[in-house]
Design a protein around this ligand. Structure first.
Ligand code: PNW
Length: 485
């Protein structure tokens, strides 16, 4: 039906909204019920890698408190919950010939059942960075294409088998950009490879990130093939990958070279991993800058990859000002030979400071990036699989003040509105939105000092959960838009 007046903003009646988490960040119980170690367990033991010297040892203790997590979700009115599975709980040693751990399967199977009983739709991420340590030791983990693809595909098949009758939304990988760049270029995430020998004895940041990104793409496509051939026809579910990416604004909008640099930066961060899935090749700007350091797809790989997303999983947090650099790119560069800045030419900040040095809220960029993706990839179905913010100094406040997280409420309000406008006014196809995160949790290299939760977790007192204002306001925010198209 053609509508006379386009609504200001609106989301479909079956729009899925809720909250997201990840296994290593919330579960704890890292040695219980036969779970094998992951590369993050190991990385956290290295001095200086995690800001407060902590780890996921206890985290939010969700392994023992899933009932509380589900109760929390119910209290917020959430329709969906995105969580990830710890590979080394399912296969402690990780590999396709290693034993399967039934206790691990039972844990996630019960979680899925309990969510469904509570009327909450599960979105399951297979890989959110916690690679079994044994695979890293055995063959170099993500750097070894043949072994990694075979082992990931086997792991995925075990979960499709165990949960595929009840889980309809699968995410293969969370943010391969982070695995590749933070893990193999900057060395600030596990396994900590970098060319900087003051930080790590191993790594070559000029080549390894590109190999890792490539191998993850092939592993994604291989798991999707298995899912489609063996499961989707039976259960009707869908599968895709989640990519992170920020919006880019020109440092000097008058400068054509800065405007071109924005496009190149977005290609290096997002199209790097999305173009192969939609087009079967890397962006020309990357081929030009990286040359032979960028792996090539074989004809079979190309075929496997093209069309391997049923939906686009979008993680989005912020925006930057981008200034072009003159001269040739540094071999260690991963952003397209640009400066990534928080202020424009006149010193105006892109957004207010948060507790995360990389994160400045800028809601208009969310709408623009949704449109950019929609235009480039032919209006894919989009699930926003993460969006959220930390708050500067939040951890230093008394609990009563932490619970009044107006900064986060405003962040969610403005970002959800930006998404609703992208749908109603720009014609984009957003079907879901998962706020990061359901609760404060282990924020990787930032430890527990940086809180991203819509729920406060009291780490000093039995990991008790207290919903912040943002957890309780989310339903009201979505009610304004859902069903109003
Ligand atoms: C995402 N950056 O990570 C992850 O998916 C979550 O696990 C994480 O807790 C959340 O965002 C908040 O950080 C990112 O440096 C980590 O640009 C770092 C960056 C981006 C995303």
């Amino acid at each position: 039906m053609v509508k006379d007046i386009a609504p200001k903003a609106g989301l479909s009646a079956d729009f899925l909204w809720g909250f997201a988490t990840a296994s290593y960040q919330i579960e704890g119980a890292t040695t219980e019920d036969n779970r094998g170690p992951s590369i993050w367990d190991t990385f956290c033991t290295l001095p200086g890698k995690v800001a407060d010297g902590t780890s996921g040892l206890t985290a939010c203790d969700s392994y023992h408190r899933t009932a509380q997590d589900i109760e929390l979700l119910r209290k917020t009115g959430a329709k969906a919950y995105r969580f990830s599975i710890s590979w080394s709980r399912i296969i402690p040693l990780g590999g396709r010939n290693d034993p399967i751990n039934q206790a691990g399967i039972q844990y996630y199977s019960k979680l899925v059942d309990d969510l469904l009983k509570a009327d909450i739709v599960p979105l399951v991420t297979l890989y959110h960075w916690d690679l079994p340590e044994a695979l890293y030791k055995r063959y170099g983990g993500l750097l070894n294409k043949e072994e990694f693809v075979a082992d990931f595909t086997n792991y995925a098949r075990i979960l499709f088998d165990a949960l595929g009758d009840r889980v309809q939304h699968w995410i293969t990988f969370n943010e391969p950009w982070c695995s590749a760049i933070l893990g193999y270029s900057l060395g600030v995430h596990a396994p900590g490879h970098t060319s900087d020998r003051t930080k790590s004895p191993v790594g070559d940041a000029s080549t390894e990130p590109w190999i890792v990104g490539h191998n993850i793409l092939i592993a994604h496509a291989s798991a999707v093939k298995v899912y489609r051939e063996e499961y989707a026809s039976r259960s009707g579910g869908e599968i895709g990958i989640t990519l992170n990416g920020d919006w880019a604004e020109p440092w000097d909008p008058e400068d054509e070279e800065d405007r071109v640099a924005c496009e190149r930066k977005t290609e290096f961060s997002i199209a790097w991993l999305a173009d192969p899935i939609y087009f079967g090749h890397y962006p020309a700007s990357m081929v030009k800058q990286l040359g032979d350091r960028l792996p090539k797809f074989t004809p079979e790989e190309k075929k496997l990859l093209v069309g391997s997303n049923d939906f686009y999983g979008m993680n989005h947090y912020c925006a930057n000002y981008i200034r072009h650099r003159d001269g040739p790119a540094d071999p260690l560069d991963f952003s397209g030979n640009v400066d990534v800045l928080m202020e424009d030419k006149h010193g105006n900040p892109i957004g207010p400071e948060t507790q995360s040095p990389w994160l400045r809220p800028h809601a208009p960029g969310f709408r623009k990036l949704i449109k950019w993706l929609s235009d480039r990839y032919g209006r894919p179905k989009i699930y926003v699989t993460e969006n959220g913010t930390s708050i500067k100094g939040e951890n230093d406040l008394p609990m009563e003040e932490i619970l009044q997280d107006d900064f986060r409420v405003e962040y969610f309000r403005s970002y959800v509105q930006a998404m609703a406008e992208a749908v109603a006014e720009d014609g984009c196809d957003c079907r879901g939105y998962m706020a990061w995160s359901l609760m404060d949790n282990f924020e990787w290299a930032e430890g527990y000092e940086t809180r991203f939760g819509a729920t406060y977790v009291d780490y000093t007192n039995g990991q008790e959960r207290y919903p912040k204002k943002s957890a309780l306001e989310m339903k009201g925010i979505f009610d304004q838009y859902i069903g109003k198209v």
